[in-house]
Design a protein around this ligand. Sequence first.
Ligand code: PSV
Ligand code: MN
Length: 398
Amino acid sequence: MPLNARQADAIARALDSLSIELPSWGFANTGTRFGKFLQPAAATTTEEKLSDAGMVHRVTGICPTVALHVLWDLPNGAADAPRVAAMAARLGVRAGAINPNTFQDQIYKHGSLGNPDSAVRAAAMQHLLDSAAIATALGSRDLSLWFADGSNYPGTANIRHRKQWFSEGLAQLHARLSGNQRMLVEYKPFEPAFYHTDIADWGMALLFARAAGPRARVLVDTGHHYAAQNIEQIVAWLLSENMLGGFHFNDRRYADDDLTMASIDPYQVFRIFNEIFQFEWETGTRPDIAYMIDQSHNLKGKIEAMIQTVAAAQELFAKAALVDRERLAGHQQRCNLVDAENCLKDAFSTDVRPAIREWSRGRGLPEDPLQAFRESGYLERITAERAEKNAASASSYA
Ligand code: PSV
Ligand code: MN
């Protein structure tokens, strides 16, 4: 059934409000702990990552910013900022969230802010403060904080002491934020630590964010939950507490699989967006949420996978915008279970693709971004440019 004018308008308004941030690391070769399968066109330099992100933005029109990982993209810290900013501008994008890295260096074997060694905690702290300076230099609003800290065997770590050290460190970082900067605290239940993780779930992230100060929020990575967890309920709670700062989108079947968004469970993503639209409808305020992708599947072509994820996000966002809120509220009030559930199902099963194409046409964007990318010749060009370098890089971690 074709969409009526009210539906087409709701979709257009929703799409106008949606920007999605691309992860620089999502364009690089990645793998599993068993090895990497190298792609001839994968990006290795920051310039290549920004160039690929620029290409995704060109065909989708909604990805103007790129999340950067400090050690991977700005190895010389703030000194790299002007060069990276100029490069990004030349390639049609801007720096987005800054991701400090307190998990890669050897000193972090037993943790960073939660390390029992105060010298290591101080080094981690310095890196976080340097990252805030990078964010300032690049005009980035958000610092995205994920800590690999945890322990692998019972009895080996003092969980309460580590909690205290984290509280102190995060508050110190918060005190250094300037302008409109925010810090987003990401949680993850396990990996790389397999016994306890210092920020394991949304409750811990929320407590840390609250204790750190008013500019701290929680970051929900959709892959960072146990299998049966109700992510949309977490989203609804964080919204009601004004503590939802952003998302890292990816999908998973088993653990933190980092698959393309909605590849396994599109209804889950729809239900998350539904909570956001519901909040907006009830409160009349649009929550300030950074929508970011954090995917790194190693077999799909990197750029195509990113375009596919952006298309999935637009589609599910548009569907969630279609939920008839008045009707839903009435059915919820009267406990009409079947009718209430069908309000969601009706929206979810609506084919919004023609309306998205129409929206793209109206904004001078390609109606089919994937096809536009395939016809652009970009992949052939970068494959020719990068294949040799990629073939020479190590595919094994050994
Ligand atoms: C950790 O699994 C994570 O989700 C964090 O956001 C990191 O910054 C990102 O993946 C890349 O390692
Ligand atoms: Mn993440």
